[in-house]
Design a protein. Sequence first.
Length: 398
Amino acid sequence: MLTKELIEQSSKYLCFTYNRYPIVFSKGKGCKLWDVDGKEYLDFVAGLAVVNLGHCHPSVVRAIKEQAEKLIHVSNYYHNEPMIELARLLCENSFAEKVFFCNSGAEANEAAIKLARKYAKENLGKEKFEIITMLKSFHGRTMATITATGQERFHKGFEPLLEGFKYVPFNDLEALRRAITEKTCAIMMEPIQGEGGVNVPSKEYIQGLRRLCDEKGLLLIFDEVQTGIGRTGKLFAYEYFGIEPDIMTLAKGLANGIPIGAMLTKDKFASAFVPGAHASTFGGNPLATAAALAVLHTIKKEDILRNCNIVSGYLINRLKELMKGFDFIKDVRGIGLLIGMELTFDAGDIVKKCMDRGILINYTNGNVLRFIPPLIVMEDEVDVLITALEEIFLGIAK
Ligand SMILES: *Cc1c(COP(=O)(O)O)cnc(C)c1O
């Protein structure tokens, strides 16, 4: 079928929840994608920070194929090998001692919210249920996670929201201190805000926040759905700040595109989850966990973090060079390969112009171009992006 026909069918049969670009993709390899007409694209979106190892990485493809031929699903009435092995690897490579598996970022955050509330009620005091989250945050699209999300546009039309959430400005320790009451049980936040415009907090803030949680007996929940699994140049973003959260959630990059979510925590907090307290039919299924195992092994074996850090430095430098030439570029910021370029105007048009040239980028918070390529991206691919951006910017500056 031709693109036009496919897109007609797409709008006929799919809920109109996305303003999709008029491209139908059919193939991917590394940082490249091809549409049904055979047009090639360079991908700086990576399925929204999901395919961290690039499209169809051979190790992940092999793991999925082999596991699919052996066993795909058994339910959580029973154990399965890849699930156990993945939980062990995640714990050995993080602060965590226990893992709960589910299928998405929102679900991982739901698990975190439920665990924090249950632990607090049982151990800190019956009236402790309030969770403080950040303005400009993003935590997902379920009812609890839109409530946790500190942006009104995600709430509109779905009220009444869940009780017991409160928002404070990001990177402002005093505001946080003032917001804490005797009802507060947890602080939930992205260590680096993704959807909110790639906002990187100071180390002092994160360390102060950890101290505050310890002082007041609050749980610290890090939503690393976007920042986790190497995106920031470390396996987890919390490693940058010299502290550990009490709960961490993962999803996007964990299985390089196979749906999976995970909530990680310490034994102490995990003890609030007893049989029957929480569950997920697909959670920890052997296919998804086998894919995630391949991801973690590949990150180590191919030294993916090293490439991420090298190309990160290169991309940030080249974007900063661009900034010198155009006064409508307000800022370039980010960590690893989660990089934002803030403009003085809506960035949607730039994204479209890049797409016309066969380069996929994305924008967030209205005016922030976001670059989240696969972590295997090379410097010559960055050059292609920079050349295109420069031409587009010159066209605008005229
Ligand atoms: C994408 C994202 C989510 C939601 O993940 P889904 O898999 O879409 O539910 C939650 N938190 C953060 C920080 C995200 O970037």
